[in-house]
Design a protein around this ligand. Structure first.
Ligand code: NAP
Length: 272
């Protein structure tokens, strides 16, 4: 996908990986819309870009249901959509408040699924577009203490791999980004949490050398490069590649089994 002149939306673009992605797309000539809840942070990011911002709480159904239309209205069209906004958990599932689990599923799963669906409505008739899903290594391997989070990222990864088969031949690209720990506020919250259930497992992984911290720039450069070259996956650090290949193997087998099949373009009937 050509980035110069592209219209890009980054959810969770006010901080961390999302803010880094917004800046990197803008540096390559894209017009970027950043979306999150905190207006002053969004403003600070958008002021440094060729871009704009929209305030939305993606745990709120109305905000989710109207977001793609608001972005298209402001940008004219959308070439690249990045589902990056996400939250984590840091206790055992049994100790995690129900409302925190509900908010996590709404943001990490429901909003990402619905926004993907809505932006496809816009991209399919144009026959082009690219969607980035910010998953995690926790979507491929289990992490005690991050159970709801890991489940949400596995859901996003698997959803995207099914969707990839539906979108074959449509001109829409999909990239799943699965980083290990990245130096952002999210990772600081995990390391600083008073309740250190998650850290027991994470300390062991660290001791085994499984958890080198990535800087935001590394994830950002790999992600932007993957969109430019229409790559399916960003998997960092590379030492996790084997886990990702193993967890993705059944999906690749199904993809091979479906070679040559043609699915009806039923979205053309529903949109006419
Ligand atoms: N950091 C890591 O170690 C790591 C590793 C693998 C994957 N990831 C994934 O990478 C993505 C970004 O993480 P990060 O580390 O950059 O996190 P972060 O620094 O905490 O930033 C999260 C972003 O999401 C926004 N956000 C949070 N709740 C929201 C809501 N309800 N509605 C709209 N926006 C919301 C935040 O802005 P507001 O609070 O202003 O809304 C912020 O812009 C997440 O999906 C995360 O799961 C992170």
């Amino acid at each position: 996908m050509e980035l110069d002149g592209a219209r890009v939306v980054v959810t969770g673009g006010s901080d961390g990986i999302g803010a880094g992605l917004a800046a990197a797309f803008a540096e390559r000539g894209a017009h970027v819309m950043v979306v999150a809840r905190t207006e002053h942070k969004l403003r600070a990011v958008a002021d440094r870009l060729v871009g704009d911002h929209l305030v939305a709480d993606l745990t709120d159904a109305d905000d989710v249901d109207t977001l793609v239309a608001r972005c298209v209205d402001r940008l004219g069209h959308v070439d690249i959509w990045v589902n990056n906004a996400g939250v984590e958990t840091n206790q055992s599932l049994a100790a995690t408040p129900r409302d925190d689990i509900r908010a996590l599923v709404r943001l990490n799963v429901e909003a990402a699924f619905l926004l993907t669906r809505d932006v496809l409505d816009h991209m399919l008739p144009r026959g082009s577009g690219h969607i980035v899903q910010m998953a995690s290594v926790a979507g491929a391997v289990p992490f005690p203490g991050l159970t709801a989070y890991a489940g949400s990222k596995a859901a996003l990864t698997h959803f995207t791999e099914s969707l990839r088969l539906e979108l074959k031949g449509t001109g829409i690209g999909l990239t799943v980004v699965s980083p290990g720990p990245v130096e952002t506020a999210m990772w600081d919250r995990l390391e600083d949490a008073d309740n250190d259930f998650a850290m027991v497992g994470l300390r062991r992984f660290k001791h085994l050398g499984f958890l080198p911290k990535l800087d935001v720039g590394r994830v950002v450069d790999a992600t932007v490069g993957a969109v430019e070259r229409d790559r399916r996956f960003v998997r960092l650090p590379r030492r996790y590649t084997g886990y990702h290949l193993l967890s993705n193997a059944p999906r690749r087998l199904v993809e091979a089994a479906l070679i040559g099949t043609r699915f009806p373009r039923d979205w053309e009937e529903t949109s006419s």
